[in-house]
Design a protein around this ligand. Structure first.
Ligand code: MSP
Length: 638
């Protein structure tokens, strides 16, 4: 992917519903955004980091009622819980927006008028179902396809946005901007949603009151009181926060957003509705929408009724903010689901933070004090460690590429390569033996090298774990302003004075009740599963059953056969398969096979291949995978 450093960087979190207090899912999005904001600040970009609360809609109105409060008092109370939490977590946001602010409401109204004047809004009636929990209109279903909750029936006057008119422009945009949706494998579900037919979107509601009233200019002819649909209202926050069409000081030079973090459940709203609204307003589209996966707790979905909702403040008070941040960013590949448990956080912290990073720092401080009274000097270290220093720079470069894809797990893993290399180098050099042989110069070289790995590593770590990185840098009397020197300009130090700090990441103990859990699980031998993927990822892999209807021998190839496979589509697929050594063409005709159907077509021996036949190969040869019973051509394997 192209690595572009902007001079301006605009990053957003979703704005959180104030129907309940913040939980780990909210903390996750916010911490990822904070990491990106901090990284870009270090790079010298001018950053605008936006977060806030989504305070209108039927769900909030109902929650207020349940709490016997009026909506406005209720939202004030809950919004402050979010703001207080982010403040106590030192989140570096530039603005905390609340959709109940008058400036935001003005932006929404003015945008509504613009869309209306453009001819993109018309009056009609919505008749269908609605999910109050997701605040989303759902046709033809009894339960919400996203959250599984029961739907309510709606029949009400409504203004509609001509979403269907934007179908082609949206598809063209995704095509021309293949990295718009991150991870890119999520693009397919968005495209499928559109290809199934985009209906016009109901954008006002009349059966409750708690929302932005539609402007008089538009509502003149209406006999009902309309409030703006909460998703149109909410999405506009990314504009209103910058002073779009309101009285705030304009910061529209930050628009469009560089990256917008969302959970996978709200990708549709951000990758379809939001770009269509922006097209209607003649505004540029965001550069990336990055969708993360969902957290479960001890393997179960979090829910208030089960009482297993993880409170981020409790985790932070037990393990510390940076351990929590590290866990969230490192534990799951960006985009995939993750499971939170006390045990997972303890294991992750002990394995990476205590055993690798903490241990490295302790080794340096221990040897530095013992052998050199904390004063390390070596002019020759850079030539002695030329290869290792190159490895460090390589890891840094690799890590920096990952940040642009929001692959923060890989970013951290690349930084850990630096710390692993440093630990390994100490083990290999055996400085305790060198000292006995009076080879002080060699040990000084080693320790200056280690110091430089820690300095560079700490600057890279700073966006993810700011407080810990600062502590590491304080060992070398450095502040948090050296990213340019040590990372961008690749500076190294040849002389270091070590300051001692208390051990950074003491090993954590697994609590008694967790030990019990481990015991009860002990019967199942743990398996090490490589390259784990989640369900959603697998759902994007399209394997279908098909029947081979024609086989052609390619005379120039020893291994390849040209097949025509009926997958129940408008025409059979042409598939070039490397099975010639194992099958006679005749025995293949009529055979049902499993085909990887959404593999990018490629040319093999000059022939286009539109899929891959699945087969297994062992010592006895190759065997094509075939369903146990005959299946309809085109049936999906899941
Ligand atoms: N208000 C809307 C967003 C409007 S943005 C214009 C909303 N709010 S929310 O509070 O319900 O969710 C906010 C974010 O939290 C979403 O990105 C959602 O994916 C995320 N999470 C909620 N529960 C989660 C987990 N269990 N795990 C990870 N993130 C999840 O949607």
């Amino acid at each position: 992917m192209e690595v572009v450093l902007n001079s301006k960087f605009y990053v957003t979190t979703p704005i959180y519903y104030v129907n309940d207090k913040p939980h780990i899912g909210h903390a996750y999005t916010t911490i990822i955004s904070d990491t990106l904001a901090r990284y870009h600040s270090l790079c010298g970009d001018e950053v605008f980091f936006l977060t806030g609360t989504d305070e209108h809609g039927q769900k909030i109105e109902q929650s207020a009622k349940k709490n016997n409060e009026n909506p406005s008092e209720y939202v004030d109370k809950v919004a402050s819980k979010f703001k207080d939490m982010w403040d106590s977590f030192n989140i570096s946001y530039d603005k905390f927006i609340r959709t109940s602010e008058v400036e935001h409401k003005n932006s929404v109204k003015n945008a509504f008028i613009k869309m209306f004047n453009k001819g993109d809004i018309y009056k009609g009636e919505y008749e269908g179902n609605y999910c109050i929990s997701c605040e989303s209109f759902v046709m033809n279903a009894i339960l919400c396809p996203d959250c599984g909750k029961e739907l309510v029936k709606l029949k009400e006057e409504s203004y509609f946005f001509k979403l269907s008119a934007y179908e082609d422009r949206l598809l063209k945009f995704y095509d021309e901007n293949p990295n718009f949706i991150l991870p890119t494998y999520r693009k397919k579900e968005v495209i499928n949603f559109i290809k199934n037919g985009l209906e016009d979107l109901s954008i006002t509601r009349t059966s409750f009151k708690w929302g932005v009233e539609i402007p008089n200019e538009v509502a003149q002819m209406s006999d009902k009181e309309h409030v703006v649909y909460v998703w149109l209202d909410a999405l506009m926050n990314y504009l209103s926060a910058l002073g779009y069409e309101n009285n705030l000081e304009s910061k529209m030079e930050f628009f469009p957003p560089d990256i917008q973090l969302v959970g996978k459940d709200i990708l549709k709203f951000h990758a379809i509705y939001w770009p269509a609204f922006l097209m209607s307003l003649d505004l540029p589209l965001p550069k990336h929408i990055a969708a993360h996966g969902w957290w479960t707790k001890d393997g179960a979905k979090m829910s208030k009724s089960i009482g297993n909702v993880v409170n981020p403040s409790e985790v932070v008070s037990e393990f510390g903010l940076d351990v929590f941040r590290y866990f969230l960013l490192r534990e799951v590949p960006f985009g995939q689901d993750g499971d939170f448990s006390q045990r997972a956080i303890v294991e992750r912290s002990n394995a990476d933070l205590s055993n690798v990073l903490g241990n490295l720092l302790n080794r340096l401080l221990g040897m530095g004090e013992k052998y050199f009274d904390n004063n390390l000097d070596s002019l020759s270290f850079a030539s002695a460690y030329e290869v290792e220093l190159k490895e460090v720079e390589d890891s840094i470069n690799i890590a920096r590429e990952y940040i642009f894809k929001v692959e923060l797990h890989n970013y951290l893993e690349s930084i850990w390569r630096i710390f692993d290399l440093a630990n390994l180098t100490i083990t290999k050099k055996e400085p305790w033996k060198l000292i006995k042989e009076n080879k002080y110069n060699e040990v000084a070289e080693l320790l200056v090298f280690i110091s430089n790995t820690l300095i560079k590593g700490a600057y890279m770590l700073y966006p993810c774990m700011p407080a810990s990185a600062k502590k590491i840098l304080s060992v070398f009397s450095l502040g948090d302003d050296g990213f340019g020197r040590f990372v961008v300009n690749k500076e190294i130090l040849t002389s270091v004075k070590l300051n001692h700090i208390p051990p950074l990441f003491p090993r954590l103990e697994v609590k008694e009740e967790i030990k019990q859990e481990i015991k009860s699980e002990a019967k199942l031998e743990p398996l090490s599963i490589e390259n784990v993927i989640d369900r959603d990822y697998f759902m994007n892999i399209d394997i279908k059953v098909g029947t081979i209807i024609e086989v052609e021998v390619l005379p120039k190839s020893e291994k390849l056969l040209k097949l025509r496979v009926d997958l129940g589509e408008t025409r059979p697929r042409q598939i070039i398969a490397g099975i010639k050594l194992y099958y006679e063409p005749q025995e293949l005709i009529g055979m049902q096979v499993c085909v990887l159907a959404n593999l990018k077509p490629a040319k093999l021996m000059g022939e286009i291949s539109e899929g891959m036949i699945l087969a297994v190969k062992d010592d006895s040869g190759l065997s094509v995978i075939t369903p146990h019973k005959v299946a309809q051509n085109g049936s999906k394997i899941s």
